[in-house]
Design a protein around this ligand. Structure first.
Ligand code: SF4
Length: 493
């Protein structure tokens, strides 16, 4: 009964964040804050309250090393100010030098929420306009839709081989009624999380709400299970049989190794000297013919996103004297020596993980303007980024507050800023980078100098201005979005 339910598709709010720290091992963000070189105001104000393994990301920022940020959005409705937090977090990491990815989880919206493709397309466009208007740089970063990203789907398929139903059941409560596409959308999301590392493993941060933590946990597990092979082999500009390649490799290593410039004729001389009269004779002929061509080491990533299972199969294949070839296990026989050689090489290089375990940061949910959780399906509870500025003004004016029942009482006891959705608006959005102003509002409130009427008026005016500016920027971004040519056409109309 003490358990905090974390359900990515549920509507439960997380009442007690502390429990998350204990129950699931989410760490407090404050502990890592001093390591962040230029922390965002959401970090400084504790809106981003937790993390998993953010240290490597902070370190990469400090050292100007490669890192990535990825987050996404299920296009189930209008973008609202709660979504802005996540966009701000992506943009912040991009500005700090991260490779940034923003994705539209359209397959998930279709599978898990039953959205029609027409709704998804319309919402996708709105989301992307706000993303661009809030500062995402599409030239430096990548925007994609799950449905239009073949590489992503291939990765999802590979990852799916490593996850099974029992695991999904335990993590997400799936049962016999859960539709298959819903499960597939989970594995697609796993692929999203690991996608920034497809070309190179690097620290990657996934900014999310705490309800998305099960996804992060599963992705971290899967990252651990995915391995890659690196087989270094020598080759020359001729076709060689597997056992010949092993000899060439030996010659290459003996004559310098690594990046040395070794010519075929030199390798031939070496083999004549060390393998005279052996099976080496045929390769010596070929090498002689290739003459001055260089013998190069060639690094091949064999099934570089191999799962543990595939990895084991490859090892077994090598041990079973089969040849490992271009990511497939080929049925060529190898001599025992060649197989041992190959096994040694694989052993030598197989330590690599294809992905680093992704990191995450968690932001607080915004309280709804009417109290309770901010919900997309209750318009009065949130401010949509598409709301008419006057409507935004009105919504703030009618918001509940942490104020006392009378002005006298408020002057005496102070307001309860920590319980106030209007204060949240200041802290999460309206005060922007201005910590002094946010602190001033807080202190004036709890000190009883600030009364709710005036406070809301100020917030409402700022909100009107924010929406006005944001919507103007959105319009400016329309041609940019068109040019990006992100396919907002669904797979099936
Ligand atoms: Fe909220 Fe402002 Fe009232 Fe304080 S004064 S409770 S911050 S509305």
């Amino acid at each position: 009964a003490d358990d905090v339910a974390l359900d990515p598709w549920g509507s439960a709010s997380v009442a007690d964040y502390r429990k998350l720290f204990e129950q699931f091992g989410i760490e407090e963000f404050d502990a890592v804050l001093p390591e962040v070189p230029n922390p965002h105001y959401l970090m400084r104000r504790g809106v981003i309250f937790g993390h998993r393994d953010y240290g490597p990301v902070a370190e990469a920022m400090r050292n100007d090393d490669p890192f990535a940020v990825l987050s996404g959005w299920m296009p189930t409705g209008d973008p609202h100010i709660g979504h802005k937090l996540m966009i701000d977090e992506i943009v912040y990491h991009q500005e700090q030098g991260g490779e940034a990815y923003a994705l539209v989880a359209d397959l998930e919206a279709h599978a898990a929420r039953g959205m029609t493709w027409a709704e998804i397309d319309a919402n996708t466009e709105e989301y992307l306009l706000s993303l661009l208007a809030l500062g995402f740089d599409p030239e430096e970063g990548e925007i994609y839709r799950q449905s239009g990203n073949r590489r992503l789907q291939n990765l999802a398929f590979e990852l799916g081989a490593e996850a099974n139903f029992s695991e999904m059941q335990a993590l997400y409560g799936f049962d016999g009624e859960t539709n298959v596409s819903h499960m597939q959308s989970v594995i697609t999301q796993m692929a999203d999380i690991l996608y920034p590392q497809l070309d190179e493993p690097m620290p990657t941060v996934i900014p999310v709400g705490p309800d998305q933590d099960p996804h992060v946990r599963l992705a971290r597990d899967l990252a651990e299970r995915m391995r890659y092979f690196k087989v270094t082999e020598a080759y020359a500009s001729f076709e060689a049989e597997p056992e010949e390649r092993v000899l060439v490799r030996e010659a290459y290593d003996a004559l310098g190794g690594d990046d040395a410039d070794v010519r075929c004729e030199e390798a031939a001389d070496y083999l004549r000297e060390h393998h005279a009269g052996e099976a080496g004779a045929s390769v010596v002929d070929k090498l002689d013919n290739a003459g001055k061509e260089p013998v190069r080491p060639r690094v091949r990533f064999l099934d570089r996103r191999a799962t543990d299972a595939a990895f084991d199969a490859l090892i077994e294949a090598v041990e079973g004297e089969k040849r490992v070839f271009e990511g497939h296990v080929d049925s060529f026989d190898l001599s025992r020596d060649a197989a041992e050689e190959l096994a040694r090489e694989v052993e030598l290089d197989h330590g690599g993980h294809a992905f680093r375990a992704p990191s995450s940061v968690y932001h607080r949910f915004m309280t709804g303007l009417t109290g309770g959780k901010m919900s997309s399906s209750v318009p009065a509870s949130h401010i949509s980024l598409l709301d008419d500025p006057e409507e935004g003004y009105d919504k703030v004016k009618s918001a509940t507050t942490g104020g006392r029942s009378t002005a006298e009482e408020q002057r005496e006891l102070g307001g309860e800023a920590d319980e106030c959705p209007v204060y949240e608006l200041y802290a999460y959005l309206l005060a922007g980078d201005d910590d002094e102003f946010a602190t001033e509002v807080y202190e004036e409130c709890v000190g009883g100098e600030r009364l709710c009427g005036g406070c809301k008026e100020q917030a409402a005016e700022m909100m009107r201005e924010f929406l006005d500016e944001h919507q103007e920027k959105r319009e400016e971004m329309r041609p940019v979005l068109d040019e990006l040519d992100i396919d907002v056409e669904s797979p099936r109309r």
